[in-house]
Design a protein around this ligand. Structure first.
Ligand SMILES: [Ca+2]
Ligand SMILES: [Ca+2]
Ligand SMILES: [Ca+2]
Ligand SMILES: [Ca+2]
Length: 231
């Protein structure tokens, strides 16, 4: 008597397998009330490594943090604002020119509980410290490729007080896309093979596994390698 197994292997669509933790120390002056200071951060990763989460550590000296507008741009060109002139618009304290505190030593992360914009003191230095929530969520980058040039973009929006970017560290965890899961259901099984063969016979670009515009043995070979490699 033959039995059919009722157990179907369940494989996750993606897995977190890769993490980047890279620092640069530009010691770059921020033009006072002028053009942006841009710090490039180069990351090399396979192009099926996509972003799960991002955080950024920043050490920045400045005499008046309320002058600062800080953004982070991904290799895909998505730009989020990390800090947008803390204390502006003013609600009384600290006054019309924003937070007059000195210096930043902080980590911008979505898991913080205090918005960076809400922190101000005239006595604490660094005034923006510890874990802080960026103006726009880091999760905006979720699912984008990691590989390429990231940019920290810092503007000083007001005359008289100035500063410099001392150090920037980018920490990124990634997911690896499961390319053989062609029906995108999180499992690798007969249905993916069937979907591949159907796409292959129709010259559907999803079957062009080696990305050369042709549909031939090499695509079958790359697909089978991805399939047997699992997710
Ligand atoms: Ca603001
Ligand atoms: Ca200034
Ligand atoms: Ca599947
Ligand atoms: Ca091909």
């Amino acid at each position: 008597m033959k039995y059919k197994s009722a157990i179907v292997p369940v494989l996750l669509l993606t897995r977190t397998v890769f993490a980047v933790d890279i620092c640069v120390s530009p010691n770059e002056s921020i033009p006072d009330n002028g053009s942006a200071a841009v710090v490039p951060i180069f990351i090399s990763a396979a192009n099926n490594e996509v972003i799960d989460s991002v955080s950024l550590d920043l050490i920045l000296n400045h005499e008046w943090v309320g002058d600062l507008h800080i953004q982070l741009r991904s290799p895909s060109g998505t730009t989020i604002t990390l800090l947008d002139r803390p204390g502006i618009p003013s609600t009384g304290f600290p006054g019309p020119f924003g937070c007059g505190g000195h210096d930043i030593i902080c980590t911008f992360t979505d898991i913080a509980v205090i918005p960076a914009e809400s922190v101000c003191s005239t006595t604490d230095s660094p005034v923006i410290a510890g874990l802080v929530i960026p103006s726009q969520p880091m999760d905006t980058f979720h699912g984008e490729i990691v590989d390429g040039t990231w940019e920290l973009i810092v503007n000083d929006m007001s005359p008289y007080d100035s500063g410099e970017i001392v150090q920037v560290c980018l920490t990124i965890s990634t997911d690896t896309l499961c390319t053989a899961d062609l029906n995108n259901d999180g499992d690798l099984n007969f249905f993916d093979v069937s979907a591949f063969l159907s796409a292959f016979s129709n010259n559907d670009p999803i079957a062009d596994f080696n990305n050369d515009g042709d549909y031939n043995f090499f695509d079958i070979s790359v697909f089978l390698a991805a399939f047997t490699g699992g997710c």
